[in-house]
Design a protein around this ligand. Structure first.
Ligand code: TGC
Ligand code: FAD
Length: 392
């Protein structure tokens, strides 16, 4: 792959809205991605392998639990710093950002918010340092957009719970030590259970042949009469709102992350358009190429402003789930369109691994589907503005 020459676009001087801490955190993540991710990520994507050697570095830049309090090993940062870290990591690769999103928002967050003190003390410091990696099991083979229909269930056996069922499409599953699993009790109410690798009857087969998110490990979670200790139930929230609350945090991170992928595609295409000569001129001098680039920077700038405002609302505890859905949907769609246009600016070179654009483009096909599809987020906005529920 070509050397990483990334220069972040900031057309509306968004940096002026950031604090010194935001910029320090962002720049540390940016430098780390240039140093540790860019040089290796193409090879790992080609091999369809997650680069486990970057786990300790992810922990050092605060990517595991950016907003989890320091006392539990988190970085104790605000929501904008969290977003900026996700932006920088996804600038490198959406699969790496996935690993960080899952660890922070889908594993550490529910243990912090819905767990008891003993669970927080046992799991959070090890997850923050990357000593343990986690995964989040909500989706099932027959229940994706409609997780409320899940059939994974557990029975109270007196001194333990007996867990049965299967989850599918689970990021980090093949190597995670800890799984936060959503399952129904005998009355049909959803609860979170912490399942650990090594429990009898628990297996995590890897999902192969993905054309997207190849540098992220995806797998199934199979529960065949798994005896889960009673102390592993998350006691402080139940019902479908519990997993959906975690998704709010992860979707917010994705809204920032998608900007990172779009910025990388735009920056690569802009540089290429000034260097590539055809008909005796740089292709960037042709109006058709300028239209593509001008529209890209316009869309990136709109997404940056939308997402910064969402971060302010999150910091104030005022962001609604529907506002988060709008940002996730808008920004991933923006990024996938920019990846496609940027790929064309590079002509034939755009389809090769010499440049990051095709990898981003393929990755974003997962990002537009997971954490709620493009259609589902539109229907969440539709429900919010009309009060009429398309899901019922
Ligand atoms: P509905 O009846 O609307 O809601 C059930 C209960 O949940 C509450 N609720 C929320 N709570 C917190 N945050 C949210 N965002 C919430 N949305 C809803 C709601 O108030 C209700 O509470 P209560 O107390 O009244 O029971 O649920 P529904 O069954 O009609 O479904 C609604 C729908 C379709 C919007 C929802 O289920 C949905 O979002 N579906 C998409 C599924 C999804 O996003 N799956 C993601 C799986 S994880 C993943 O993809 C990880 S990829 C990670 C990576 O690699 O980066
Ligand atoms: P379906 O729900 O079957 O949807 C198929 C199509 O139907 C979509 O276009 C959808 O928009 C449309 N549709 C569905 N319902 C409606 C409706 N009511 N109105 C209109 N259109 C509708 N899940 C986890 O739990 N944990 C993870 O870590 C995780 N990681 C993932 C990693 C990858 C790489 C991928 C691809 C997925 C991951 N997922 C994970 C699963 C992901 O959240 C689901 O794929 C997603 O929620 C969609 O579910 P589905 O694939 O079953 O599609």
């Amino acid at each position: 792959m070509k050397p990483d020459l990334f220069q972040a676009p900031d057309y509306y001087n968004l940096d002026e809205l950031l604090t010194e801490e935001h910029k320090l955190v962002r720049d540390a993540a940016r430098d780390w991605v240039k140093r540790e991710v860019s040089p290796i990520i193409e090879d790992y994507a080609q091999k369809a392998e997650f680069p486990t050697q970057i786990i300790s570095g992810l922990a050092e830049i605060g990517a595991f639990g950016p907003y989890i309090p320091l006392e539990y090993g988190g970085a104790g940062l605000d929501q904008i710093s969290y977003g900026l870290i996700m932006q920088e990591i996804e600038r490198g690769d959406s699969g790496v950002r996935s690993t960080a999103s899952v660890q922070s928002s889908l594993v550490m967050y529910p243990i912090w918010k819905y767990g008891n003190e003993a669970q927080r003390q046992k799991y959070l410091p090890k997850l923050a340092s990357g000593e343990w990696m986690g995964c989040f099991g909500l989706t099932e083979p027959d229940h994706g957009s409609n997780p409320g229909g899940m059939v994974t269930n557990f029975k109270d056996m007196g001194d333990h719970y007996l867990l049965n069922g299967a989850k599918m499409w689970i990021s980090n599953a093949p190597f995670a030590q800890v799984a936060v699993v959503w399952a129904k009790d005998e009355s049909g109410r959803v609860h979170g259970l912490i399942v650990e690798r090594g429990m009898e009857g628990f297996s995590t087969p890897e999902t192969h042949n993905k054309w997207s998110l190849r540098a992220s490990a995806t797998g199934e979670l199979i529960f065949d009469n798994v005896k889960v200790p009673k102390e592993n139930l998350l006691p402080n929230k139940s019902g479908l709102g519990a997993p959906l609350g975690c998704l709010d945090s992860a979707r917010y991170g994705i809204a920032w992350g998608a900007i990172g992928a779009a910025m990388d595609c735009y920056d690569t295409a802009l540089r290429y358009s000034k260097e590539r000569m055809q008909f005796g001129k740089p292709i960037g001098q042709f109006q058709l190429q300028q239209k593509k680039l001008a529209e890209m920077i316009t869309e990136i700038t709109k997404a940056q402003l939308l997402t910064w405002r969402l971060g302010v609302l999150r910091n104030e505890g005022k962001a609604t789930s529907a506002q988060i859905s709008m940002a996730k949907r808008n920004n991933v769609d923006m990024a996938i369109n920019i990846a496609r246009e940027a790929r064309q600016i590079l002509g034939g070179m755009g389809i090769t691994g010499e440049y990051s654009i095709m990898r981003h483009s393929m990755n974003l096909e997962s990002v537009i589907t997971y954490e709620g599809t493009h259609d589902i987020h539109l229907l969440i906005t539709g429900l919010d503005i009309t009060g009429l529920n398309a899901f019922k």
